[in-house]
Design a protein around this ligand. Structure first.
Ligand code: F0G
Length: 355
């Protein structure tokens, strides 16, 4: 498959000479998650759900950020930018650094020190970005990026750049194309709230174009320790082990509220324990290894079903935003490893496995 700007060129309406910077992002699998549906029926009695996970962790840099970055960096290139800059909890910086490398544009990154999953940091280093770690959280880093953007010498590629949201809409197009209609509900993690804003714009646009008969209820989930939108106040010291969504003042706050209100959906919060158990459930029962923040969507689905917010027989899409390999520390800490060290001896190993 070509990248998403090529795939949806008719919607993005790009000129023939538009300089697309692509790593063939998008076209990620929409995987039927029947174990999730069975679990919900057993625990909460909601029957006949068709649950799909949109595994955006299978993008070129391992997260959904590539969808927006292909467009933001293409546009930066078109405008002759020499530098791009972003604040990040890790994935945006990995993606910006990759697309920057591909475009021949220098990538500058500001990240909270000690709060970036190892895989993401290793990506930014390998792609050759210039990295500054600060003694402050993502919200502080984004404020600094906004200030530096005002110099006019760098292009900001956080989701305050409208091309990011435009590119990310494509995930909603793909889901509708594959299901031949929109789902009834869309569950999604919420951090800086760009992605829920983008999905809602994508679903609206497809509906307006007559490509779907309905629009889903948008169900967004923040982590409990940083639930700014749910609590309707900025969180000064956001905390969650799902570091990707460790954000206390989401830039697209209003976009998330509009998505909720216009779709008749909800923004809820899930605890770290709920995130961790959905994270484990997906790996052990579906064979899908996403990163912790991604599992907030499925944790939210469990919670909404328990609360009676989901109708029997519904079609449900859950975005899994990032790849589990991004955060090996969380996997090793929470994976309940069945591991042993034994001598290299057939009989001993046979006995150990009970064969
Ligand atoms: N899931 C993952 C894996 C993320 O990396 C992010 C955001 C989100 C969910 C939340 O998406 O911000 O659009 O609401 N990561 C950003 C980053 C903040 O810097 O990589 P959102």
């Amino acid at each position: 498959m070509p990248g998403l700007l090529e795939r949806y060129r008719h919607i993005y309406q790009l000129d023939a000479d538009y300089p697309i910077v692509s790593l063939n992002e998008g076209s990620t699998p929409l995987i039927l998650a029947s174990a999730v549906a069975r679990h919900i029926e057993t625990l909460y009695g909601v029957k006949d759900l068709k649950v799909f996970v949109k595994f955006d962790g299978l993008n070129p840099t391992g997260s959904f950020k590539d969808r927006g970055m292909t467009y933001a960096v293409s546009q930066a290139k078109k405008q002759g930018a020499t530098h791009i800059i972003c604040a990040s909890t890790g994935n945006t910086s990995a993606s910006a650094a990759a697309y920057g490398a591909r475009a021949g544009i220098k990538t500058l990154i500001i990240i909270p020190q000690g709060k970036i999953a190892l895989g993401k940091l290793s990506q930014a280093i390998m792609y050759g970005a210039s990295i500054v770690e600060i003694d402050g959280n993502f919200d502080v880093a984004l404020d600094i990026v906004r200030e530096l953007g005002k110099t006019g010498r760098v292009t900001v590629v956080n989701s305050i750049n409208p091309y990011r949201i435009e590119g990310q809409k494509s995930a909603a197009f793909e889901i509708c194309d594959e299901l031949f209609d929109a789902p009834d509900y869309h569950f999604i993690p919420v951090g800086n709230a760009g992605n829920i804003t983008a999905y809602w714009a994508g679903y609206r646009q497809y509906h307006d174009l007559g490509k779907s008969t309905k629009r889903p209820k948008m169900m967004g989930y923040e982590a409990e320790g940083c639930a700014a939108i749910v609590l309707n106040k900025k969180i000064e010291n956001p905390e969650t082990f799902a570091t990707a969504i460790r954000i206390g003042n989401p830039a697209s706050w209003q976009g998330a509220v509009d998505a909720r209100d216009e779709s008749g959906g909800d923004i809820g919060m899930v605890s770290d324990d709920e995130i961790a158990s959905a994270y484990q459930f997906l790996a052990r029962n579906e064979g899908v290894f996403c990163e912790p923040a991604s599992a907030a969507s499925v944790a939210g689905l469990f919670k909404a079903c328990q609360a009676g917010q989901v109708k029997q027989g519904a079609t449900i899409a859950c975005t899994l935003t990032g790849n589990g390999l991004k955060d090996p520390d969380s996997a090793i800490r929470l994976g309940e490893a069945d591991r042993a060290t034994l001598p290299a001896d057939v009989a001993r190993i046979q006995a150990h496995f009970g064969l």
